[in-house]
Design a protein. Structure first.
Length: 100
């Protein structure tokens, strides 16, 4: 199992992207929640609200998911894949039934 972690500007972007990913059966579940980000970009330190989108998926889906995310936004953001070493069997079965 993999989790793709990405940051977005707002909840509407997270919901739209999450739904597209679910409709294409690239994930069985997504979560999104607000955070505060402090970052150094173009040698300027800024602070602003962002939304984290967590995408629960299978190995080999990163590039397809990345394309969906980049197709919906026009700014630089983080998109990273995290490996989950263990997960409960009921969740794993659900994931495998959705994401082939």
């Amino acid at each position: 199992m993999k989790i793709i972690y990405t940051t977005l500007n707002n909840q509407q972007e997270a919901e739209k992207i999450g739904r597209k990913i679910l409709e294409k059966k690239l994930a069985n579940c997504v979560n999104f929640f607000p955070i505060t980000c402090i970052y150094n970009y173009a040698n300027k330190i800024s602070q602003e609200a962002e939304v984290v989108l967590l995408i629960k998926t299978q190995e080999g889906k990163f590039l397809e998911i990345e394309q969906i995310i980049k197709g919906e936004i026009n700014y630089d953001n983080f998109i990273g894949e995290l490996e989950v070493k263990q997960v409960n069997s009921n969740f794993e079965s659900w994931l495998q039934s959705i994401v082939k």
